[in-house]
Write a protein that binds this ligand. Sequence first.
Ligand code: ADP
Length: 348
Amino acid sequence: MAADRMLALLPTAAILVDSDDGVRMANGAAVSMGIVKGQRLVVSELGELTRAARRTGESQTAEFAIDQGGFPRRVLTVGARAQPLDDGEVALVVDDLTESKRVDAVRRDFVANVGHEIKTPVGALTLLAEAALDAQDDPDAVHHFLSRMQREASRLSRLVQELLDLSRLQGGETPPADADVSVDAVIDEAVDRGRLVAEVKQIEIVRGGDTGCVVVGSENQLVTAVSNLLDNAVAYSPERTEVAVGVHHRGDMVEIAVKDQGVGIDAADHERIFERFYRVDPARSRDTGGTGLGLAIVKHIVSNHRGQITVWSQPGAGSTFTLRLPASPASSAGAGTDGVARTGASPA
Ligand code: ADP
């Protein structure tokens, strides 16, 4: 029957219950949600909802959790509606709300986090402005407070900029331009941007691997991604260490690896560091001017480019972040002249 075939296509579970609570008809979604087995409803809440609809003659709704067991344990949140029909029959529709609930929770957390992140520098600016006003007769103190205000203001502006970047990337408003992008040019630009901060810490940025690799996408976004990885490599490394950027053309992928000799990251944090605002050590991240958004931005850029990002890291042994991007047919990788090029400050 056409109606049955249509019901089978729906993501919503649709069930027809007879006057003895037997299941007369159930679509595929009802079976895969695990609420119907054979001719029976196996979730007690649904039985109660059905009987309430029959008793009152009115449609009934409820929201509840269904424990599907398994490992890892899977619990669905569902919204159900029971509509009484003729002769004691009841139509049940059940929607899986798990994903939309999860997205709601993430959104609520995100708004709370943004509020908190903005409150901190704004609070600091207020206090520093008061301190500067109180110290009007002491030019040195005024200078000190003003320069701290400048730091807080630039942190705030970076945070706002990164939030805007992230929302643009997530909204998919700007799919990466469909152009061939030279990986050499991306790395040139990213290294250039990171050079100043690296020089201050006497960190040398070393380049190596293949040259001439080409990927498809947006040069701007890819520079941002590599630049964020380089900024982190420098920020979480001690002075006078080395940061290496290596490019390798493997099969139909181009790999860009950023390797440091820094503090490293515990395995338990490897997945979480890509979440927005997650920091292993919030105090340290704030010292480095970090916003906690850098890797979330990298992750979005990479997925917009149909690529992957992976991390290898051990506390005390440094970290390697590797981007894998599909190579353009125009890519013609070859080893660099000497395989290694050096930029940045030479160790004193
Ligand atoms: P942040 O702005 O705090 O650096 P990121 O999203 O860029 O935010 O990184 C998230 C967290 O991951 C950092 O706070 C830091 O704890 C950790 N992290 C990122 N890159 C490195 C690295 N190269 N070495 C050690 N820890 C890192």
